[in-house]
Design a protein around this ligand. Structure first.
Ligand code: SAH
Ligand code: MG
Length: 196
């Protein structure tokens, strides 16, 4: 992968205020991928392809990333960026709402990265669990949502998002089949491993 090209993609995304994965969060995810060498990754929330391009370097040989994005312009930009990074053969974009697309997927994944509409995280979790291999890992970004999730703050206009993120955290921590940690990197990162 071309590092200069990747840096350009990152800078352009930041200029356009696209909420790409934060550096400290990326570092943690890369550590996990490096250890796991996944064959198949599912990403919910492609944006302009930055995280998928970063992750693609850590796939096993012939590994594949499926990623879902509903914003038409972002899909166009993501395709262009993925081409520039020369990782087209490793990343497959599904264009549309993940709420509609996920139930149609029947693949198995080693890693699922949830990074889209916060109000849909509990739904995304169920779909991720349905397709996750044993020993697989679900990584969810933004689970602490600027600290709202762990405070008693609930008068915010993002109340639904906060409620659903709390539900997500309750679900992953109470599921006996998952081993979960929540890290305060970036905007909060939940890492849940499906036990054998
Ligand atoms: N993973 C990206 C950033 C994703 S930002 C990176 O780190 O580079 C979140 C993206 O999810 C946005 O582009 C938004 O359009 C998309 N999104 C939000 N809800 C969605 C949904 N229900 N289905 C598909 N895409 C969604
Ligand atoms: Mg995010």
């Amino acid at each position: 992968m071309n590092k200069i090209e990747l840096e350009k993609i990152k800078q352009q995304a930041l200029e356009e205020k696209i909420p790409i994965i934060m550096d400290d969060t990326l570092e943690v995810v890369i550590q996990i991928l490096n250890e796991k060498k996944p064959n198949r990754i599912l990403e919910i929330g492609t944006a302009v392809g930055y995280s998928a391009i970063c992750f693609s370097e850590y796939l096993s040989p012939n590994g594949l990333i499926d990623t879902i994005e509903r914003d038409e312009q972002r899909v166009i930009d993501a395709k262009e960026n993925i081409k520039k990074a020369e990782v087209e053969e490793k990343i497959n974009i599904y264009e549309g709402d993940a709420v509609e697309i996920l139930p149609t997927l029947e693949n198995n994944y080693d890693v699922v990265f949830i990074d889209a509409a916060k109000g849909k995280y509990p739904f995304f979790l169920n779909e991720a669990l349905r397709m996750l291999n044993k020993g697989g890992i679900i990584i969810a970004d933004n689970v602490l949502y600027k600290g709202y999730v762990m405070s008693d703050y609930n008068k915010h206009k993002q109340r639904t998002a906060v409620r659903n993120l709390r539900e997500y955290i309750a679900n992953i921590t109470e599921n006996p089949n998952l081993e979960t940690k929540i890290l305060e990197v970036g905007d909060g990162l939940a890492i849940s491993k499906k036990l054998n």
